[in-house]
Every structure is written in structure tokens, then in C-alpha cells.
Ligand binder design. Structure first.
Ligand SMILES: C[S@@+](CC[C@H](N)C(=O)[O-])C[C@H]1O[C@@H](n2cnc3c(N)ncnc32)[C@H](O)[C@@H]1O
Length: 215
């Protein structure tokens, strides 16, 4: 893949880290936990997770072979981390294994979000928890333009609809909250996702949606 995927991965780390760090704190991981990172991309979050669970195991999964190849190359120093190619509705793993599953900015790409959430439920242990973080959701009007900009099909669901999918899959204690992005914004916005810096600031102030549930 060359450097393109690597650069994309680093860009995603920069963009997603400010909303992911508060989630990692909320997860309260223990040293022996087993964690699944769904739609792990280039694996930056999986590597962070692996350091947080030194006696546990982290599995990063992504539908893209290219991303998995890049994630593996960047993670050779980790003994408790592995990457698998897979689609979220058919996670290539045994049932009742993981203590936590996290997914950052991936779920709105899943062809069938309800089926993906059901399979995450399957691979979690009793008492395990799912943490799904989403920047593209209906309740934040400042991201709706992404639908036309993204080259692939996406699902623009509301917080209520995401929560209902978790409940329907069997999750309990389902919660949803906003994770505000407190990182500094540039003086001038030159990207293509927002009209201008005011639009970017309005988006960040609304915050990402975090939907959680326990098995
Ligand atoms: C915007 S990237 C986010 C990557 C990573 N979580 C991060 O924060 O850098 C979305 C990722 O979800 C993956 N993805 C999309 N649909 C998927 C599916 N059905 N099953 C598993 N992964 C999927 C994509 O290949 C992509 O790597």
C-alpha cells in the first residue's frame, strides 16, 4: 500500500484521539482485560489498548486487508496484540471472549449496523461492554454534508436509533452521551469536510456520540 494508508492512519489518530481519550478513561480497563477494536484501521487505538492491558489481549479487526497489513507492520513489537481481517457482522472469533469492544468512527459504514451490533454482543463475555463512538449521526446537523462527500454508502442514524439497536441485540444498561472535542481548532480551515472554521467549531462543540451497553 506504500505510505498512503500509513498517512491516512496517522491523520485518523490526530482527528480521533481527542474524542477517544475520554472513552478510554470511562472503560476503566484492567491489566488482564481482552479488548476488541472493531474497524481498527491502521491500528493506532489497538496499540494504545495493548499497553493498557499488558496481561490481556487486544484484537484489532477491519474489513480492509490493506489497513490490516499496515496495522500489522506497525505493531511488530507488541506481544499481546493481533489483527484480523473481518466484517463486523461475522467477527472471526469465538463467542463470550472479550471483556470490552470498542469501535471508533466505523459503525456508520457497516452495511447492516444492527447485525454488527448483534455479533459484537456474541463475542463479548457476560458482563462485557461495548463502546461505540460516532461522529456522523443525525442529531449533529453539522456533519450531515459528509454523506455526499463520502464515496461509499453510510447510515445517518440518530442517537435513539443506535441505542435501540443495542437494546434489540440484548445489551443492558444502554446509555448515550456526547463526547465534546476540546482540541484547539486552526485559525483557518482548509479541509473539505466543513464550510469554514466556524462550521468546524460548531461540529466539535456538539460532540461525538458515545453509545454503550453491557452484556
Ligand atoms: C474512518 S475509519 C476509522 C478507523 C479507526 N477506528 C480510527 O479511528 O482511526 C473506518 C474504518 O472502519 C472499517 N470498516 C468499515 N466497514 C466495516 C465493516 N463492515 N466491518 C469492519 N470494519 C469496517 C474501514 O475499513 C475503516 O478502516
Amino acid at each position: 500500500m506504500g505510505g498512503g494508508g500509513a498517512r491516512r492512519g496517522e491523520g485518523m489518530e490526530q482527528d480521533h484521539l481527542p474524542i477517544t481519550l475520554p472513552v478510554l478513561e470511562k472503560m476503566r480497563l484492567g491489566a488482564t482485560d481482552n479488548v476488541l477494536d472493531v474497524g481498527c484501521g491502521a491500528g493506532w487505538l489497538s496499540r494504545r489498548l495493548a499497553k493498557l492491558v499488558p496481561q490481556g489481549r487486544v484484537v484489532g479487526m477491519d474489513i480492509s486487508d490493506e489497513m490490516i497489513r499496515h496495522a500489522r507492520r506497525a505493531s511488530v513489537d507488541f506481544e499481546n496484540l493481533m489483527f484480523v481481517t473481518g466484517e463486523v457482522a461475522e467477527i472471526p472469533w469465538q463467542p463470550n471472549f472479550f471483556s470490552h469492544a470498542i469501535s471508533v468512527e466505523s459503525s456508520y459504514y457497516w452495511p447492516d449496523p444492527a447485525a454488527g451490533i448483534r455479533d459484537i454482543f456474541r463475542v463479548l463475555q457476560e458482563g462485557g461492554s461495548a463502546w461505540i463512538l460516532i461522529n456522523y449521526y443525525r442529531d449533529n446537523e453539522h456533519c450531515h454534508q459528509w454523506g455526499d462527500l463520502l464515496a461509499v454508502e453510510t447510515h445517518l442514524l440518530s442517537a435513539q436509533e443506535w441505542a435501540e439497536h443495542l437494546c434489540a441485540a440484548g445489551f443492558q444498561n444502554v446509555t448515550r452521551e456526547r463526547i465534546v472535542d476540546l482540541s484547539p481548532s486552526p485559525e483557518v480551515y482548509t479541509g473539505r469536510w466543513f464550510r469554514d472554521v466556524e462550521h468546524l467549531r460548531a461540529f466539535k462543540a456538539e460532540g461525538a456520540l458515545l453509545v454503550c451497553g453491557t452484556k
